[in-house]
Design a protein around this ligand. Sequence first.
Ligand code: ADP
Ligand code: MG
Length: 370
Amino acid sequence: MATIKPIEGRSVHQIQSGQVIVDLCSVVKELVENGLDAGATTIDVRFRNNGLDSIEVQDNGSGIAPDDYDTIALKHYTSKLSSYDDLSALQTFGFRGEALSSLCALSKFHIVTARAVDAPKGTRLDFEISGKLKGTSVVASQKGTTVVVESLFYNLPVRRKELEKTVKREYGKVLGLLHAYACISTGVKFSVSNQMPKGKKTVAFSTNSNPNTKENIANVYGAKTLSALIPLDLKFEMDPTVKSTQSGRNRSTQEDSGSKEVCIVGHISRPVVGEGRQTPDRQMFFVNSRPCGLPQVAKAFNEVYKSYNVTQSPFIFADIRLDTNAYDVNVSPDKRTILLHDQMALLESLKTSLVELFEAHDQSVPQNQL
Ligand code: ADP
Ligand code: MG
């Protein structure tokens, strides 16, 4: 008798969903990105019990058209990408059509939505675990969409237990992630709050609808933090003689990965003792405005900064702007990893230009301020 059999559909869905939604951060990231993709100018994130009881993300974006109610939470249904060839020209955060379907599989989930033509009448959408629409009802709603995720991982006991144990730390990580989205999103007003079971509600932070990242940073971290920063404005051509060693890739020709010009814009602590912090907890990296973790890039920044200030870590807000063919966002199901094709060359050039920036700055600061 054959022993190899297909896994039953429902279990496959649960297994795959667990790779897209791995923790509290992935929930918040996916929902905030959906709001931004829908053109929102306000994003309101509300946690109950640090997110353990519920996470709600409300936006004032386009809303969802009734024709899409049936398919919105089905796996691989998306309005953002229709073929793999479109991936390099992608303008949106989302493209896999997996987030909502995964949330249906892993939480108690519903949506309230209204387009401009529908408001103040909105529709509540409830779903089955598979993502199939279960029912709709009429509710009051302003224009936009609110996604409600309750009891995350209620049906994955090991993960739920782990979340219960680590939720305070996780909530701290989520705030860090939200800081990054709030700082990079100009013209979008963010508010983030947490309601604890004993009735205490705290506003974690909020921003105004600022026209630039500087004012966003001031809203999130305070004017004092901002005053210790200098503009980060690096521009270089990546050195084509430095070959990438990542996963056997050797993609350093112009045709392979597009233009070699890189701009890194943002804000960084002055290279002066007293301007940094004890921990590197205020470092945000973006690739073409997409928040992401870039450990090697972070390491390069910190190494250079260390030669000016050994005792503290810099505040870093760095948006790396480069050709869309020079990186790949389709690396992991949770889209957190970005593969930079010419990372080695980028790191070398980055370090050189950062030293130039710090040297220029050093000379412009009067000795008595050092
Ligand atoms: P993706 O973002 O990769 O397309 P999702 O599962 O996150 O996949 O969302 C599926 C689709 O649902 C999106 O393509 C979009 O059309 C719609 N959608 C999701 N969230 C919102 C929202 N907040 N406002 C409007 N439409 C949304
Ligand atoms: Mg999405």
